[in-house]
Design a protein around this ligand. Structure first.
Ligand SMILES: Nc1ncnc2c1ncn2[C@@H]1O[C@H](COP(=O)(O)OP(=O)(O)OP(=O)(O)O)[C@@H](O)[C@H]1O
Length: 361
């Protein structure tokens, strides 16, 4: 009996000892993990206005020089010597087949992965020389599945309380999360004394929205969204598309000179997608917008397109030039999409629009 008891306890202690050794092993493993670069490098902080659309570097606000990216020193490169320069306020689409390196390039602009060689220069500053916080707080990244945190919608839009309620409501309205009548009633309830002047504004907005509300969603906005609307952890009480719209509203509040947008691919209904596209077209005019595009239609009226193939930059030009380039990769993508004629017409219309605008200016 005592022998059986002894074996039982021996087995039990041995198992516990093994578990304890496992914990120690894990701690040692974590200690060896490569650390992120510092959040702030005091000796090298960018100026408060950096990056700026009006800086002397505006014709090359974002420069990528011979960029090589590897996910680990022993893995082959994912991006092979990519170089390009983007202007302030430009809208640029980033295209390529699955696995061509689009997300890797977008991520490298925020230093989620550092270059094996080459440089990324934003408004004159090599981003590897500044802290991660300084970099990431100045560039807005809108991911496919934007994350929200629990709290109110206002906390999510303006976590540091740097903006007024009116500004927060305004951006929700601009991304079409809030109809014009909802905006007016929210504003009135917040500031009754300004009701008379709001009425005038409302009429003004009514006219503006009427002209742009061709999307069917404008009349569907039954759900009343306020700044006090509670957001569940992860934003699960909003759809993926709505979360992306809220992230866009956040981007508008921050007024970043550079916005990187990863276009959502799935689970976006037609109405929300129309709102997202309208917001992109109308609201990001004062920022350099780099969109990781999964649909040709989204970027056909952009200023320029970057096409990646197997980690190399293979085409970089205006949509019209690329769609007319015989044997080009972008042209082939358009031909395969089955909507070549529509895409070509949209690319031509964009050029015509630009021509009219520049002759008016
Ligand atoms: N964390 C990682 N570790 C190792 N390799 C990775 C990692 N992430 C991506 N890769 C590799 O890098 C290459 C480019 O991937 P990336 O996600 O940048 O492509 P993509 O063009 O964005 O693709 P998709 O359109 O499918 O999102 C792929 O071959 C992929 O396997």
């Amino acid at each position: 009996m005592s022998f059986t008891g002894g074996v039982y306890w021996a087995c039990r202690f041995w198992t516990e000892l093994e578990l304890d050794f496992n914990s120690v092993e894990r701690v040692v493993e974590y200690l060896d993990l490569p650390q992120e670069p510092p959040a702030i490098i005091e000796s090298n902080r960018p100026p408060a206005y950096w990056p700026s659309s009006t800086s002397p570097n505006k014709d090359s606000l974002l420069v990528v020089e011979d960029l090589v990216i590897k996910y680990a020193p022993d893995l082959p490169p994912v991006l092979h010597g990519i170089s390009f320069a983007l202007k302030a306020k430009e809208r640029v689409g980033l295209l390529g087949r699955t696995g061509s390196g689009k997300s890797t390039l977008a991520m490298s602009l925020l230093r989620f992965v550092d270059p094996a060689s080459g440089r990324i220069i934003i408004d004159g500053i090599d981003i590897s020389t500044i802290g991660l916080h300084d970099l990431r707080s100045r560039i807005t990244f809108i991911p496919q599945d934007a994350t929200l945190f629990s709290g109110t919608l206002r906390d999510n839009l303006d976590p540091f309380g740097e903006h007024t309620d009116a500004e927060c409501l305004d951006v929700l309205h601009r991304v079409q999360m809030m109809s014009d009548s909802q905006l007016a009633s929210q504003r009135t309830s917040r500031d009754g004394s300004r009701a008379a002047s709001l009425h005038e504004n409302e009429n003004e907005r009514e006219a503006t929205i009427a002209s742009m509300s061709t999307s069917p969603t404008e009349t569907e906005g039954k759900t009343v969204i306020t700044l006090e609307t509670q957001v569940s952890p992860g934003g699960t009480n909003f759809s993926q598309g709505q979360r992306q719209l809220i992230a866009m509203a956040r981007a508008l509040l921050r007024r970043s000179a550079i916005i990187i947008l990863d276009e959502a691919t799935s689970s976006i209904d037609f109405a929300t997608d129309a709102k997202i596209q309208a917001t992109i077209r109308e609201e990001f005019g004062s920022s350099l917008l780099l969109t990781v595009a999964h649909r040709l239609r989204t970027v056909i009226d952009y200023d320029r397109l970057i096409v990646l193939d197997k980690g190399e930059l293979v085409e970089f030009d205006t949509p019209l030039n690329l769609i007319q380039k015989e044997g080009g990769i972008f042209r082939n993508m358009c031909l395969k999409s089955g909507t070549f004629a529509d895409l070509e017409a949209a690319a031509k219309a964009k050029v015509e629009r630009d021509r009219q605008e520049s002759s008016r200016a």
